[in-house]
Design a protein around this ligand. Structure first.
Ligand SMILES: NC(=O)C1=CN([C@@H]2O[C@H](COP(=O)(O)OP(=O)(O)OC[C@H]3O[C@@H](n4cnc5c(N)ncnc54)[C@H](OP(=O)(O)O)[C@@H]3O)[C@@H](O)[C@H]2O)C=CC1
Ligand SMILES: C[C@H](O)[C@@H]1OC(=O)[C@H](O)[C@@H]1O
Length: 254
């Protein structure tokens, strides 16, 4: 069953990790897909190749989501290519682990601009296009378990993920009158480039695995079903919601 047949899906941060999986997963469900990315040209092009191999149209648009103009450019190029925007997956993000007391200003600033400001600009641009089109739409933001709990080396990061979650709640209210649904997925610890170095520490990786009732850390493909569900008409009455996709990590105190 193809849940996104005939839809156009936009994914930020689609070259690697969760965004890549979401982009290819959307294509597998019948969507044409446009991906945004920052610098990984080869990875972006290979993602498009996989989308096209599934018989769907793909488009890769390079741009730094921290820059407000990137959002309008991405949406405009997607509309030029595919005619409309039905779904936005706001996914792009960074997590440069760093201690709190000597956290550099530029690290805080960059993390907020990419993860939170970038999400805001992309959601706003996609929503404006959806309103122009009429007919509603769906926005899925990739927040995090880190919207709900902290991290010693993530004091600059967890507020951005909480902000993304909160943005979806407020956007759901602002956009409901236009038939646009806004929801968050909150992944646990998923093995991607974002944490490759951090989880190279065997003790850290073992600790995170031990915290996970399902007994393993997540893979990007574990996010595809939840994202496609929230993007699809299967979730027609779901908006302002948050879906933990964490193997049970959040609830596991003892
Ligand atoms: N992995 C995990 O455990 C978890 C991840 N998340 C969230 O998931 C999202 C995706 O992360 P994940 O897949 O793990 O990480 P990856 O590092 O694998 O992928 C990040 C993606 O975002 C893109 N990106 C980074 N900065 C920018 C920018 N300034 N402008 C445009 N694109 C950018 C990257 O593009 P490029 O390749 O060109 O650099 C890449 O496509 C993030 O928002 C993260 O906070 C949430 C919870 C857990
Ligand atoms: C980068 C982290 O390993 C990852 O990202 C998050 O949002 C969670 O903190 C995960 O552990």
């Amino acid at each position: 069953m193809k849940l996104l047949q005939g839809k156009t899906v936009l994914v930020t941060g689609g070259s690697t990790g969760i965004g890549r999986a979401a982009a290819i997963g959307a294509a597998r469900h019948g969507a044409d897909v446009a991906i945004n990315y920052a610098s990984s040209d080869d990875k972006a092009l290979s993602c498009i190749a996989e989308i096209e191999a599934l018989g769907q149209r793909g488009l890769a648009v390079k741009g730094d989501v921290a820059l407000p103009e990137t959002a309008a450019d991405f949406v405009a190029k997607a509309v030029d290519a595919f005619g409309h925007v039905d779904v936005l997956v706001s996914n792009a993000g960074i997590c440069p682990f760093h201690a709190f007391l000597d956290m550099p200003v530029e690290t805080v600033d960059r993390t907020f601009r990419v993860n939170l400001h970038g999400a805001y600009y992309m959601v706003q641009a996609a929503a404006n296009q959806m309103v122009r089109q009429g007919g509603g739409g769906a926005i899925v933001a990739v927040s995090s378990i880190s919207a709900l709990v902290g991290g010693e080396f993530q004091t600059h990061y967890t507020p951005t993920k909480a902000g993304v979650h909160s943005l979806m709640q407020s956007a759901a209210i602002a956009l409901g009158k236009h038939g646009i649904r806004c929801n968050s997925v909150l992944p646990g610890t998923i093995l991607t480039e974002i944490n490759k170095d951090d989880l190279a520490d065997d003790a850290k990786r073992h600790y995170m695995e031990e915290r996970t009732p399902l007994g393993r850390l997540g893979m990007p493909d574990d996010l595809v079903g939840p994202i496609v569900f929230l993007a699809s008409d299967m979730a027609a009455y779901v908006t302002g919601a948050a879906l933990l996709v964490d193997g049970g990590m959040f609830v596991n105190l003892q």
